[in-house]
Design a protein around this ligand. Structure first.
Ligand code: HEM
Length: 401
């Protein structure tokens, strides 16, 4: 396809609640097609649900950012760096399986249920603090960000007192507007911090995820690979709070926009979990995060993807695919959306999904119970959405009651 015919990314949204119009057009007319990235590289975009599942389940597509042709959304974000080892997210089989299994046990539903009382306590404390303080309050700062941040810090064994430090570095790393120098600095800062933390944990064992990984490595390998654990800590710390935080803000926005759904959930908290699935489908916040490069020639959706071609899976567009979700642009709290791609699909499917679901469920139930009349303190069309970030969300969400 000639370069001038390839639409250029990024494309702004015309509606904060819908995928980009151009992506929807491609899904209906040219579902596996080429686009031009800001770097000038031409890559494939895949927009239909069925094709994305095939792509993400196929090991002929690699997640390794160091491979030539890997689609970078900006000049160098996620570029190879010696500071970190390959992360779970960027590993391919056969390395990926054992690395994932080493930590999988920390994220089972059973394990998450054990965290439930502590998550409830954290959510209660933050909402009570909101209720006791002045109004309006920015929900992002008061609840959305601190809750998942505190939960992942405690799970990993990272002191929450350092949250301002790691939250600001994480925000830089997932932004598309922050300069490469700033991103590199954020990366070095975080890596240095985690290296120091792990060194201390090696000396004085702690009963937390990182402490348990140290013990495990000593048992299995006879020694600790600190760089490997730093990569794990880095990934979990960033993935564990940026994503869920954005999802909490968008969830509350959607529930204030849809009073019927909000009332249904308030009256029957038993329906919260299916509602969480619909919220995940509707917003698909990690839309820009699913990238791969072909390591062999592969036919996908009737197109030949050549070895070395970059591919982006536009999961938000696919989660509005009418072939899978009837009336897909309607937010239907009772839909019970299954098979959505908000957590990806295949061997890299989100490791923290059970934790994210639990946090969202507890926040929704508690907030609707404690502050049933919560509402935006500004017109919602004045909110500033994170159209520029790799993970979608809202920068600030002033609320009152
Ligand atoms: C992977 C989304 C919360 C840890 C992924 C992927 C997506 C995703 C789409 C797949 C990436 C790919 O295939 O390339 C989300 C969303 C979340 C969320 C929407 C919240 C609503 C979390 C949490 C944690 C976490 C709370 C950690 C505690 C991870 C990890 C991976 C991952 C470690 C890589 C797994 C692997 O490569 O094997 N996430 N995530 N995520 N997520 Fe999440």
């Amino acid at each position: 396809m000639p370069a001038e015919q390839s639409p250029a990314l990024p494309i702004a949204r015309t509606c904060p609640y819908a995928p980009r119009d151009e992506h929807v057009r491609l899904r209906e007319t040219d579902p596996v097609s080429k686009v031009t990235l800001p770097t000038g590289a031409e890559v494939w975009v895949v927009t239909r649900h069925e094709d994305i599942r095939a792509l993400l389940a196929d090991t002929r597509f690699s997640s390794d950012r160091r491979r030539p042709g890997f689609p970078m959304l900006d000049n160098g974000s996620g570029a190879p760096t010696d500071v970190l080892p390959p992360l779970l997210l960027t590993m391919d089989p056969p390395e990926h399986g054992p690395a994932r299994r080493a930590v999988l046990g920390e994220f089972t539903v059973k394990r998450m249920n054990k965290l439930k009382p502590r998550i409830q306590e954290i959510v209660d404390e933050h909402i009570d603090r909101m209720l006791a303080g002045p109004r309006p309050v920015d929900l992002v700062r008061a609840l959305s960000l601190p809750v998942p941040s505190l939960v992942i810090s405690e799970l990993l064994g990272v002191p929450y007192d350092d949250h301002a430090f790691f939250q600001s570095r994480s925000a830089s790393l997932v932004s598309r507007t922050v300069s490469q120098e700033e991103k590199q600095k954020a990366l070095f800062d975080l890596a240095g911090y985690l290296d120091e933390l792990l060194r201390a944990k090696e000396e004085v064992p702690t009963d937390d995820l990182l402490g348990r990984q140290i013990l495990r490595q000593r048992e299995v390998n006879g020694a600790v690979d600190r760089k490997d654990l730093m990569g794990l800590a880095f990934l979990l710390l960033i993935a564990g709070h940026e994503t869920t935080a954005n999802m909490i803000s968008l969830t509350m926005l959607q529930l204030v926009r849809d009073p019927g759904a909000r009332e249904a959930l308030r009256q029957d908290p038993g329906t919260t979990l299916p509602a969480v699935e619909e919220l995940l489908r509707y917003f698909t916040i990690a839309e820009q995060a699913l990238a791969r490069v072909a390591v062999e020639d592969v036919e996908l959706g009737g197109r030949l993807i050549k070895a070395g071609d970059g591919v982006l899976a536009l999961a938000h567009t696919a989660n509005r695919d009418p072939r899978v979700f009837p009336d897909p642009d309607t937010f239907d709290v009772g839909r019970g959306a299954r098979n959505h791609l908000a957590f990806g699909y295949g061997h890299h499917q989100c490791l923290g999904q059970n934790l994210a679901r639990l946090e969202l469920q507890i926040v929704i139930d508690t907030l609707l119970r404690k502050i049933p009349d919560i509402r935006p303190a500004v017109p919602v069309d004045e909110l500033s959405f994170k159209d520029d970030a790799i993970i979608y969300g809202i920068y600030e969400f002033p609320v009152t009651w």
